[in-house]
Design a protein around this ligand. Structure first.
Ligand code: SF4
Length: 234
């Protein structure tokens, strides 16, 4: 299919979302806490550490590494103070253990230094999305996807986590330029997608990627793609 649909304006993004909902059903709310004062302040930190563990690895291994991590150490202070090699052993199932152990300890140090001693990311809630994202991505090893997972899923801030499915499908739909880097794809989608559709569209694009739009041999005969796909040659 050639690029016959042109630019994506807000109405077209909304229509795509509606078509994906027709195909897959509505998406429930994320478990974002936002400004909820009842939320456990440690939960955001847990989400950040788990997301670091999930970088470039399957969900199942992330879950096992996360269980090991939180079963082995009593609290965040103990994780930060642990010998890095020991921490790496604890999370080995997540892959890249030394790298991820270093990232986790670096993230915990940054949080403790920012708050003056507490392991809490609650301060991000008061920040504008761009500012909060910049704070997180200033931590070496925390990229835009990891930052957006924490900010969107936990804090309900409007920034889309662009994983491999979201990036592939967005490019095939023509929402994101084919040559865009992953970081650029984050910026383009945050700009193009209305705030309240960021989380549901994230979920629906992943669903579409898993159901029809696989990396190899996509199944293009589906109602959503009849209308919206700008792919060349399918
Ligand atoms: S399934 Fe086919 S038509 Fe649909 S977005 Fe993917 S490549 Fe394009």
């Amino acid at each position: 299919m050639s690029s016959q649909h042109g630019e994506w304006d807000e109405a077209r993004v909304r229509d795509l979302h509606a078509a994906l909902v027709d195909q897959y059903g509505p998406v429930g709310a994320s478990d974002a806490h936002g400004a909820d004062s009842e939320a456990d302040p440690a939960e955001g930190v847990r989400q950040l550490l788990t997301t670091i563990l999930s970088q470039n690895v399957a969900d199942e291994n992330t879950a096992r590494a996360s269980e090991n991590l939180f079963a082995t150490y009593a609290d965040f202070e103990a994780i930060e103070a642990a010998p890095t090699e020991e921490l790496a052993e604890t999370i080995r199932v997540a892959g890249l253990p030394e790298t991820k152990a270093t990232r986790i300890q670096r993230a915990l140090a940054a949080i403790r230094e920012e708050t003056g001693g507490a392991y809490s990311l609650a301060f991000l809630d008061a920040m504008a999305t761009d500012e909060a994202k910049a704070w997180l991505t200033d931590i070496k090893g925390v990229g835009p996807k990891t930052a957006s997972v924490v900010l969107n899923f936990h804090f309900g801030k409007p920034t889309m986590a662009v994983d491999t499915h979201v990036e592939r499908v967005s490019k095939r739909f023509g929402l994101v330029p084919e040559a865009a880097s992953n970081a650029r794809a984050h910026d383009v989608l945050d700009e193009a997608v209305p705030d309240e559709l960021i989380y549901p569209l994230h979920v629906l694009l992943i669903e579409h990627g898993r159901t029809f739009c696989s990396a190899r041999n996509p199944d293009c005969a589906n109602p959503v793609c009849e209308t919206y796909c700008d792919c060349e040659g399918c």
